[in-house]
Design a protein around this ligand. Structure first.
Ligand code: FPP
Length: 237
């Protein structure tokens, strides 16, 4: 959801105005995602690097998370949206952590749509966490190092309940992954738009989806469609 700060400043307002506007854009994009039949939407709300921003902005963002959850949780639940926080929640205040966990618990059984909110999330940190867990299991004898494969590795990721994203949308024209879902994005299609997040509306979202629909996803192979049919016909023999 990149570009909130710049949008606020460009408008002669503050960065905080941009973050507030970013929340209403997120609400709209959730609505459109549901309408389009998207099942999982994962947003990067606070990175492990965002702590280095000026204290005032960090405080504003943490307060905003709390306020948004308080205000929106019943509506999100009514809309059968499951909320999941992806990241290390331990540095947040106990009050905020409680709000995160409460939001997850209240919406736990909603199965129409999942909103993953990456908070204090960093892709490298996630990979280090997995490495530590697998090392511990190896040392304790629970697993053998040679048993470690992609499937086992994936099952220790914070996103283990979800498929890898099909599409990554990066707003504000930045051409970086910025420590987001480093493992999971291996074969995701990437769409970059110059539009700042506060101006990312339904139309812009459609542009991204239409662009995605024109992609030929090969996952490292040659032709996705014909390979798929070859694989299924082989499996019948
Ligand atoms: C990136 O823009 C945006 C953020 C760091 C915060 C996004 C958070 C929200 C919109 C709140 C969502 C709330 C919940 C509960 C999910 P930026 O500040 O990096 O903008 P810039 O690139 O212009 O500086």
């Amino acid at each position: 959801m990149d570009g909130n700060g710049r949008w606020g400043v460009n408008k002669g307002l503050t960065r905080s105005h941009g973050h507030n506007k970013g929340v209403s854009v997120l609400k709209n994009i959730i609505k459109v995602s549901k309408k389009l039949g998207v099942k999982v939407l994962t947003v990067y709300a606070f990175s492990t690097e965002n702590w280095t921003r000026p204290l005032e902005e960090v405080k504003f963002l943490l307060n905003l998370f709390e306020k948004v959850l308080e205000k929106e949780i019943d509506e999100l639940n009514k809309e059968l949206i499951r909320i999941k926080f992806i990241g290390d929640l331990s540095p947040f205040s106990e009050d905020l952590r409680k709000k995160f966990i409460e939001a997850e618990n209240i919406t736990h059984y909603n199965d129409q749509f999942t909103l993953n909110i990456c908070t204090n999330y960093g892709g490298r940190q996630e990979l280090v966490k997995v490495a530590k867990e697998l090392s511990r299991k190896s040392i304790s004898g629970e697993i053998k190092p040679d048993q470690i494969n992609e499937e086992m590795f994936e099952s220790h990721l914070l996103t283990c309940d979800f498929q890898d994203p099909d599409l990554l949308i990066r707003t504000s024209g930045e051409k970086r992954i910025s420590n987001f879902l480093l493992w999971q994005l291996a074969y995701s299609e990437i769409y970059i738009t110059d539009v700042l997040w506060p101006e990312f509306d339904e139309n812009e979202f459609y542009k991204a989806i239409i662009d995605y629909q024109s992609r030929n996803r090969r996952f490292g192979g040659i032709k996705s469609v014909s390979n798929q049919s070859l694989k299924s016909s082989l499996s019948y023999r």
